[in-house]
Write a protein that binds this ligand. Structure first.
Ligand code: GDP
Length: 304
């Protein structure tokens, strides 16, 4: 079975990792959100792309789900001592990624080519694609005005109430070479359990049209997020956060939806959206959970 997965950072990376345990490299392409990318301390940083690559490469910090395992923090502590900005935590190994990426971008290489080379260096065999080579910037419309995504997410720790989102540059952004082809080749597109508003919507806006069965895994379990502000965003936008809200979010493109056992009471309402459902355990604490959920998802796709 050939799958193209759409992923943000932590939640997306976990299911992508599970899928990569089962599918051969030529059968899995992961298209990753770059709306969170930003420039900081002179470096070009791609948080979601790096989270997915570090996870697939076995380099991720298992406690945080982002950043590198066995990390040291000398550079950022010394930046802080000098009075520089240290609110975005960057480890020493991680900084090497951003430095080398920035150097190559300045030479005129594309983000997709750089990502391909980095994946090779990290021993990642499955294809990881940034959604676009042109910059798309997620802007958060909040009660305190419009904020750049990382300003909202990391610096302000998601405190300002959100009113909406804007993806600066999305109209002009084309998907990277290989993204549409991967979707055309795929038996199905899997939307990983990532933040629908700020991780998946930017990818869908860039891709524009998907003529394949689309299946999404809910990032909301029992009305809460496992991590991050998705549930808080739903609430602030006046929508009760739930698996049902996520299914409604994607309803125009959805063929199948995977919700957690904790939300089984919502299954019928989701079915009423004309969507096939799978109720299973969707919490991925360990690699075994990731692989088990990936197996369930693939089996579900096979049955559609
Ligand atoms: P970010 O860009 O790093 O915030 O990452 P994502 O957008 O990919 O992931 C954030 C979403 O993943 C949140 O809404 C979480 O609830 C969800 N998530 C994280 N871990 C899990 C998990 O184990 N299972 C499920 N179903 N969702 C998860």
């Amino acid at each position: 079975m050939k799958i193209t997965a759409l992923a943000g950072g932590v939640g997306g990376a976990k299911l992508a990792h599970g899928l990569a345990q089962i599918l051969a490299p030529e059968d899995l392409t992961i298209i990753v959100n770059t709306g969170d990318d930003f420039e900081h301390l002179g470096m070009y940083i791609c948080p979601d792309l790096d989270t997915v690559c570090y996870t697939l490469g076995g380099l991720a910090n298992p406690e945080t789900g982002w950043g590198r395992v066995g990390e040291s923090w000398n550079t950022i502590s010394n930046v802080e001592k000098l009075g520089g900005p240290a609110w975005f935590r960057l480890g020493d190994q991680d900084i090497a990624t951003h430095l080398e990426r920035t150097r190559r971008l300045k030479e005129g290489q594309s983000l997709s080519q750089i990502t391909k080379d980095f994946c090779k260096a990290w021993g990642i065999q499955h294809t990881v694609l940034p959604m676009s080579d042109s910059p798309v910037r997620t802007m958060v419309d909040s009660e305190e005005g419009e904020l750049a995504f990382q300003e909202y997410f990391v610096h302000r720790q998601c405190a300002p109430k959100v009113k909406g989102f804007r993806f600066d540059g999305v109209e002009a952004a084309e998907p990277v070479v290989g993204a549409k082809e991967a979707i055309d080749r795929a038996d199905a597109v899997v939307i990983c359990p990532s933040n629908p508003w700020v991780s998946i919507d930017p990818i869908l806006r860039v891709i524009k049209k998907i003529d394949k069965p689309v299946l999404a895994v809910s990032p909301i379990i029992g009305g809460k997020t496992v991590k991050g502000p998705a549930a808080k965003m739903y609430e602030e936008l006046g929508i009760e956060p739930s698996s049902l809200a996520v299914a409604r979010h994607y309803r125009t493109i959805l063929t199948g939806f995977v919700l957690d056992n904790a939300d089984s009471a919502m299954e019928n309402e989701i079915k009423n959206l004309n969507v096939k459902t799978l109720v299973t355990d969707t919490l991925m604490n360990h690699l075994t959970d990731r692989t088990r959920l990936a197996k369930d998802v693939l089996h579900f796709i096979g049955s559609l």
